[in-house]
Design a protein around this ligand. Sequence first.
Ligand code: AQP
Length: 329
Amino acid sequence: MDNKKTLFSGVQPSGRFNIAGYIGAVSQWVKMQEKYNCIFSIVDYHAITIKQDPQVLKRQIKEVAKIYLAAGIDPKKSIIFQQSAISAHTELTWILNCYGVRMSDLNKMTQFKDKAGKNQESASVGLFDYPVLMAADILLYNTNLVPVGEDQKQHVELARDIAKRINFQFGDLFVVPQAIIKEEGARIMSLLNPKNKMSKSDTNQNNSIALLDDIDLAKKKIMKAVTDSGSEIVYDKEEKPAIANLLTIYAQLGNREIPRLVKDYQGKGYSDFKKDLAEVVAKFLSDFQTKYNKISDKEVEDVLNEGAKRAEKLAKYKLDEIKNAIGVK
Ligand code: AQP
């Protein structure tokens, strides 16, 4: 065993993976592979908390795995696996449901409220219980660090609380994890409504740019993105949320600093700025898609099989410990 900390994160194959998930989560994972023992999952059991078309889901699972590889996640350094391949995740979820979490915890979760909307009574129990499955994902691997976008912060907080409660009852079984949230880019907003976050499952695809979008279409989406009143390019999240969001996307995908960008666009208008941003996005997507298209289905299959074997060993060990502690083994 080495002394490196363990890091766990995942993406749901719940829609077309977009630049928000890339900027907020996956882009920071790549750099962390040297420093930590990294485990990255394609969390398909999370995706089914919302209705999915089975054929589309199958395709999206492979797509997310390919996106991990194209983004630079190296299967020699990190474990990449499909969540549903390891039954310990759902088994531990059940145990945590019984021992670590209360109805009042889940009633506070804002993602459930956002996703269920006005129809909370008809939402699936799975959607309500989503944060407990996420806690199980994290706690199974003795995870120290969880790099996520801001929207997942509350769920990581809950995983911490659950770990502490179980440790209090049964001794130090779980490592108490900590979220890592980027300072810039942790919450990329929708292109047409900067009050909402950019989301995979948004029904209006003009709100987001998928990593696999056609390049010309992506450029058009940038040109159509809403701007704020006035004409100055300044970074002000309160007064100019749309421009602040576009500046963040520019900086993150173009490898630039926001203050420098603001200086460069002094005296220029929104139209010039958006044209340049469209080119930055086009270049980023084109480079990304070139890498993506070189990865074969066979490679993905092998990576997932190997990842599942490695994850299974770790997960089974932890699950046996907790089963023993609660008296079922
Ligand atoms: N808008 C965002 N800005 C920054 N980071 C984001 N993430 C998601 N949206 C943004 C981060 O991406 C990772 C993967 O997200 P997920 O698959 O777990 O699902 P999510 O957080 O529920 O994101 P979506 O896009 O809104 O998916 P759907 O629509 O299926 O629910 C996470 O680290 C997330 O924080």
